[in-house]
Design a binder for this molecule. Structure first.
Ligand code: TYM
Length: 340
């Protein structure tokens, strides 16, 4: 069976973008793939994290996976730092990846801003740790939101260069189609890039400035309704087909969110709401959001209150992850020429 890997960084409260772009899509893949879902705590510390917050968010993300329908018996759920091979492979890949490739990463440029001399070395190397996450399990498909596309292209470039640089050793070890797979990005459907509710040109993110711009998975029903009611929209009624959303980024965002939450296409949503105004659409969207998110939030609260049980789940996941990772890492060491 093909193998899926994905991860979320414990660096803030989970929001609707994380849910629609990633978590919700993890669930059906369990039926068709071997699925590995990680809480990438080592990525989180590429920028300063308060250690207590890091722990709390680590549990919260693992709980969100489970509350949304990821089954810890079917899927592997664990936090990255418990499987040290992630760090070990990322070092090898740091020596495969080129400075120029990393310097072109738009997320690095956005995060470093004007101040690239002052950010951590880890932030620069971030995408090669991400490649290590995926390649350590030879994962063939990665479900993510739109913003991770460039990182996954880089993962493919790193895999190709490793396969090329060590082609002789890889063939001698009996691998016929190269060593690392060329991983596919799974990022299609509505809401692959959920926007800020206050600015249709920005993505919804864990570090947004305006309180009303982001719907958090743990927001209560009233707050969700208030945020949607106050979301920036335009003065036009909704169009009756998807083409009518072009150059209406705020409208496109809200309709996309509705479609994803309702498991419908954008055209299906517009068949129902085309010609209607925001006074009708926004309350419907608020109700739908609450009906999907509230039960998940409730289950998350229950799960995080039992840290003993969460620790057990993460430890069991880490053991199963390690069992896949260790033989692959052993092959890497021998291909590279490390003596044991
Ligand atoms: P992170 O923690 O920033 O985001 C987690 C997931 O949520 C998606 N996402 C969004 N999707 C739609 N709209 C949005 N506004 C939005 N914001 C976030 C992200 O695309 C992602 O799928 N580098 C990754 C974590 C990572 C990873 C990996 C992912 C580390 N190793 C290996 C896949 C495979 C990150 O920071 O995601």
């Amino acid at each position: 069976t093909p193998r899926v890997f994905s991860g979320i960084k414990p660096s803030g409260d989970l929001h609707l973008g994380n849910y629609l772009g990633a978590i919700r899509r993890f669930v059906p893949l369990q039926d068709t793939h071997e699925t590995i879902y990680c809480v990438v705590d080592m990525h989180a510390i590429t920028v300063w994290q308060d250690p207590e917050d890091l722990k709390r968010w680590t549990y919260e993300i693992a709980a969100a996976y489970i509350a949304a329908g990821v089954d810890p018996k079917k899927s592997i759920i664990f936090n990255q730092s418990q499987v040290v091979e992630h760090a070990e492979l990322s070092w090898v890949l740091n020596c495969v990846a080129r400075m120029g490739w990393m310097a072109r990463m738009t997320q690095f440029k956005d995060k470093a801003g004007e101040n690239s001399e002052q950010v951590s070395l880890g932030l620069f190397a971030y995408p090669s740790l991400m490649a290590a996450d995926i390649l350590l399990y030879k994962a063939t498909a990665v479900p993510v939101g739109e913003d991770q596309r460039q990182h996954l292209e880089l993962t493919r470039d790193i895999a190709k260069k490793f396969n090329h640089d060590f082609a002789k050793q890889i063939a001698a070890a009996g691998f016929e189609d190269g060593f690392f797979p060329i991983t596919e990005t799974l990022a299609t459907g509505p809401a692959m890039r959920v926007k800020s509710l206050k600015d249709g040109s920005k993505k919804m993110s864990k570090s947004e400035s305006s309180d009303l711009a982001t719907i958090y998975m743990m927001d209560d029903a009233d707050l969700i309704a208030k945020k949607i009611k106050r979301a920036t929209s335009d003065a036009e009624p909704l169009p009756s087909e998807a083409a009518g959303l072009e150059s209406r980024p705020e409208a496109e965002n809200l309709v996309g969110i509705y479609a994803a939450l309702a498991n419908q296409s954008v055209d299906q949503v517009l068949a129902e709401f085309g010609g209607k105004g925001w006074g009708i659409f926004k309350p419907a969207l608020a109700d739908l959001s609450v009906s999907v998110l509230a039960p998940i939030a409730e289950e998350m609260k229950r799960l995080v209150s039992d840290r003993g049980e969460m620790d057990r789940i993460l430890r069991d996941g880490a053991d199963r992850a390690r069992a896949i990772a260790q033989p692959i890492m052993a092959d890497v060491r021998s291909i590279v020429g490390f003596v044991r």
